[in-house]
Write a protein that binds this ligand. Structure first.
Ligand SMILES: [Zn+2]
Ligand SMILES: [Zn+2]
Length: 379
């Protein structure tokens, strides 16, 4: 399961309600279990101290936004920067400096355009910024020049992440990231064990670990008869600034969720271009993203990166531009599940599970769910 927390949802400049772009993605494995009963689907024994997360973009003020969440810079595994515009990266030096001051020592991966490395070198040189941890810098340009534009991260032996990079269309080179989480899990068929008169005991744990065992009354039990091997795969695609969603046609084909900018409505985009034909902002309208999502048959999209002209409330009858304008612009062409991001809004994304061993080869359906605000606990 991936858990998304929007830390900034405004385009270009912050507003009182919206900071500039940043998105946290926690990589949760609800099935991590040290006990023999690994079949409890809701047991959440993933160590709080080992809940890795990714940060996609880091606009100015991202570290202050993080203070309102439960996310810790010590658990941050990687930062991905979509492009060099300030509303997506000006928060990076401050966030890294704070990670250093809070005693972080673990290496950190940074996937970003090459220019970001030069920017950080400048901060390190001119502001005596010292990072007491290794920054593994991966240049997007290098990644894209390789045949395999992916990075694999092993979180543990059952839990892997793959980060893919896709080129987009914007005023400067901009990119989307495909984040794929794979969780492998062996489930014990406890119903079958109980039906066969084998009560819960240490034998269950051995069977789950692949051992064949003999019960006290002499029954030989084969592990393979009592376990399923499941693989859950969850993929989200997070786009940077982009005026052509079709750049992501291949990327979204196997995705559970697309997060894309929708800076304004189509009407406003046209009006801006009509007023100044030489100015091409190179952003998407909600209508453009909705059209793409409908064409690709996407079940779930979250729009973000809204122009400061839109107020946060949702009222189609109001003359003040607000979220309803964006929502209706997308819904006029898109029939799937649509959410408009707000700062601190949290979503869970559960990809389908392949139940490899079941005869039906059945799948648990993928699901995206809004779960509230990260600031709810402050109320
Ligand atoms: Zn932007
Ligand atoms: Zn931009």
């Amino acid at each position: 399961m991936l858990k998304l927390t929007f830390l900034g949802t405004s385009a270009g400049v912050p507003t009182k309600q919206r900071n500039v772009t940043a998105l946290a993605i926690e990589c949760l494995n609800l099935h991590t279990s040290g006990s023999s009963q690994g079949n409890r689907p809701h047991s959440n024994s993933q160590n709080k101290k080992s809940r890795p997360w990714l940060l996609i973009d880091c606009g100015e003020g991202t570290q202050q936004q993080l203070l309102h969440t439960k996310l810790s810079l010590h658990q941050l595994t990687a930062i991905c920067i979509t492009h060099v515009h300030g509303d997506h990266c000006y928060g990076l030096p401050g966030l890294l400096a704070s990670a250093a001051m809070s005693g972080r020592r673990e290496p950190l991966t940074l996937i970003a355009p090459k220019a970001i490395s030069a920017l950080l070198d400048g901060f390190i040189l001119h502001t005596e910024l010292y990072l007491p941890f290794i920054l593994n810098f991966v240049s997007i340009e290098d990644l894209l020049s390789q045949e395999d534009n992916k990075i694999k991260i092993d979180l543990d032996n059952q839990h892997q992440l793959m980060i893919e990079v896709y080129p987009l269309s914007h005023r400067v080179p901009s990119h989307g990231f495909g984040i794929t989480q794979t969780i492998s899990r062996r489930t014990l068929n406890t119903d079958k064990l109980i039906a066969n008169g084998i009560p819960a005991s240490a034998l269950w744990g051995k069977l789950q670990q692949g051992e064949n065992v003999t019960t006290e009354d002499g029954q030989h039990l084969h592990s393979a008869d009592y376990v399923h091997d499941d693989v859950q795969r969850t993929k989200v695609v997070i786009a940077g600034d982009n005026d052509t969603p079709e750049c992501l046609s291949t990327a979204v084909m196997d995705a559970d969720l697309l997060v894309h900018e929708a800076t304004y409505t189509h009407e406003v985009m046209m009006a801006i271009q009509a007023r100044n034909p030489d100015f091409d902002p190179m952003h998407s309208s909600a209508h453009i993203v909705g059209t793409f999502a409908q064409k690709m048959n996407l079940k779930n999209i979250i729009l973000t990166h809204f122009s400061a002209r839109y107020q946060g409330f949702d009222n189609p009858d109001s003359e003040t531009p607000n979220m309803a304008y964006i929502r209706l612009d997308a819904q006029s062409v898109y029939q799937g599940n649509l959410w408009l991001a707000e700062d601190f809004a949290q979503y869970t994304v559960n990809g389908a599970t392949d139940l490899a061993d079941t005869q039906e080869g059945s799948q648990k359906e993928s699901r995206v769910q809004y779960i509230g605000s990260a600031r709810d606990h402050e109320k």
